[in-house]
Design a protein around this ligand. Structure first.
Ligand code: MLC
Ligand code: AMP
Length: 488
């Protein structure tokens, strides 16, 4: 029989009433397993289940339920507008949306009662909800419910998660992440960071991406470390949490070092880990100075999980993301003998392709089966990796969020006043990059356009700045040239 993915939930001993704490509410592992067991019985047999991924215990319970039942989980950003949300629900084929008590009012369809779903015979029980706009039935997660899930562990090769992530063009694609990729990735990180059940993991990252969900929740449930999710990743909340292991994106660490009192409170931690975007060297140095801790940087992607990291017992240098994790291979494909080029990776943590996108999946791999990251990197003689930039100007990282320029451009072009749009990432002290939109439009204000984008997509995808141009710069072939856009 397959080994359990969330090892610590099924191992006896070591439990405590506040083992899992999210935004101020806590439960034991036993409670989590019981509540998730009840939800698992309700969703068993569903093809895919969506979860409105608020930073709550209900989200953790819903994700665990999907993993217990072997139903692929698709987390939906809680702030996503109807265009993004409906795309994720439709494209993933989700039949149910698991939500907490704060579920927004349904947009269509009457509330249903406890009829069985997908022929499992299990009643929907408390809180069976109404349909969402995409025809997906909402099921409320109730933490007071208990169920004993006794079915066999799903196959390791089966899909655990479908994580929607932006490409350079078009709508987000669903990356299929298997259980064995999650297990391999977490075990490799536990090895690199000496991460054990003795740790208390603290972070406040969103629960719909690899960083906050896979590392930040499933990592704690696999290693058995206590989890304190702070709701939001503020310096004060990190300082108050008293953890041994902290996760943050560079924007979070930048805010921590600007709050020196909070930063000094982290001196007792064992490991401060940064990832999802480049950690600026001054932030690295300030963290080291204020906490006595040189941060550990690691590098990864939705499609590959974490592949490269500094080690707890190894060197930590500003600007370097460490060495490949156990089982992972990397190579840099450089032209004409240069030592900087596109980073390619292979290993057990890689995804199984994009859902419903065979061409995009095929295009993501080289002929000999390596995944093309789209990141430009250099590998030093000692094996240490440096991420130098992105191959495409159309991939933006803002606050650690990956945003495809094409998705924002399409949203802008849906506004009747907009004739042309070009979106880029401009350097930004706090966010790394900020989204800037250049538009050709009549009779519309900057605020109207940012609100319009926020009304369709997640709020972090809205442009921070909008510049109105008479026309976009183009080459002789008439193709827009982002490199020729005027400076801000
Ligand atoms: C933002 N605001 C705006 C705006 N943009 N208001 C008007 N116009 C705009 N264009 C508002 C916000 O809604 C917020 O309001 C306030 O301004 C501050 O916004 P902010 O500066 O963006 O800060 P914040 O909301 O605090 O977000 C920063 C952050 C967030 C760091 C908390 O970006 C974040 O959670 N990032 C993590 C992303 C992540 O987990 N990535 C991992 C991907 S996985 P209000 O009212 O809400 O205060 C991956 C793989 C790997 O990359 O390697 O890990
Ligand atoms: P996402 O798909 O949201 O998971 O984003 C993945 C991208 O984040 C990678 O392709 C990199 O561009 C970037 N990234 C992640 N970690 C780091 C890091 N430590 N340094 C630089 N870039 C990073």
């Amino acid at each position: 029989m397959a080994a359990p993915l969330l090892t610590s939930l099924t191992e006896p001993g070591g439990d405590r009433p506040d083992a899992i704490s999210v935004a101020g509410r806590a439960c034991s592992r036993e409670d989590l397993l019981g509540a998730a067991g009840a939800v698992a019985a309700r969703i068993a047999g569903a093809p895919v289940v969506a979860v409105r991924a608020t930073p709550t215990l209900e989200t953790v319970t819903a994700v665990v339920a999907g993993l217990l039942a072997g139903v692929p989980v698709v987390p939906v950003p809680p702030d996503s507008g109807p265009v993004e949300r409906d795309h994720i629900l439709r494209d993933s084929g989700a039949a149910l949306l698991l939500d907490g008590p704060g579920a927004p009012a349904a947009t269509g369809g009457a509330a249903t009662t406890g009829a069985g779903v997908f022929g499992t015979g299990a009643g929907l029980g408390t809180g069976a909800g109404a349909e969402t706009g995409a025809g997906v039935e909402t099921v409320l997660v109730d933490l007071r419910e208990r169920g004993t899930w006794t079915e066999a562990e799903p196959e390791p090769a089966s899909t655990a998660l479908i994580l929607y992530t932006s490409g350079t063009t078009g709508a987000p694609k669903g990356a299929l992440i298997s259980r064995q990729a999650v297990a391999a990735g977490l075990d490799a990180l536990a090895d690199a960071w000496a991460w054990t059940a003795e740790d208390t993991l603290v972070h406040g990252l969103p629960l719909f991406h690899v960083h906050g969900l896979v590392l930040g929740v499933l990592g704690a449930l696999r290693t058995g470390s206590r989890l304190v999710h702070t709701g939001r990743p503020t310096p004060e909340a990190y300082a108050a949490a008293g953890g041994s292991l902290y996760f943050g994106v560079p924007t979070v660490w930048g805010r921590v070092v600007r709050d020196q009192t909070a930063a000094r409170e982290l001196s007792g931690a064992r490991l401060l880990v940064s990832g999802s975007a480049p950690l600026p060297a001054p932030v690295f140095r300030d963290l080291a100075r204020l906490t006595g801790q040189r941060p550990v940087e690691r590098y990864g992607m939705t499609e590959t999980l974490i592949t490269v990291s500094a080690r707890a017992d190894g060197e930590r240098r500003p600007g370097y993301v460490g060495t490949p994790l156990s089982g992972v291979r990397t190579r840099v494909v450089a032209e004409d003998g240069a030592d900087i080029g596109e980073l390619e990776v292979s290993g057990p943590t890689l995804f199984d392709g994009y859902l419903n996108r065979p061409e995009a999946t095929a295009g993501a791999y080289t002929a000999d089966g390596w995944f093309r990251t789209g990141d430009i990197a250099a590998i030093e003689d000692d094996g240490s990796h440096r991420i130098v930039g992105r191959a495409s100007i159309d991939m933006i990282k803002s606050g650690g969020y990956r945003i495809g320029a094409g998705e924002v451009e399409n949203a802008l072009l849906d506004h009747p006043a907009v004739r042309e749009a070009a979106v880029v990432g401009a350097p930004h002290e706090d966010l790394g990059q900020e989204i800037v939109a250049y538009v050709v439009a009549d009779g519309v204000t900057e605020r109207e356009l940012t609100d319009f984008v926020a009304g369709q997509l997640s709020v972090h995808k809205r442009p921070r700045k909008v510049r109105f141009l008479a026309e976009l710069p183009r080459n002789a072939m008439g193709k827009p040239q982002k490199k020729l856009l005027p400076p801000l």
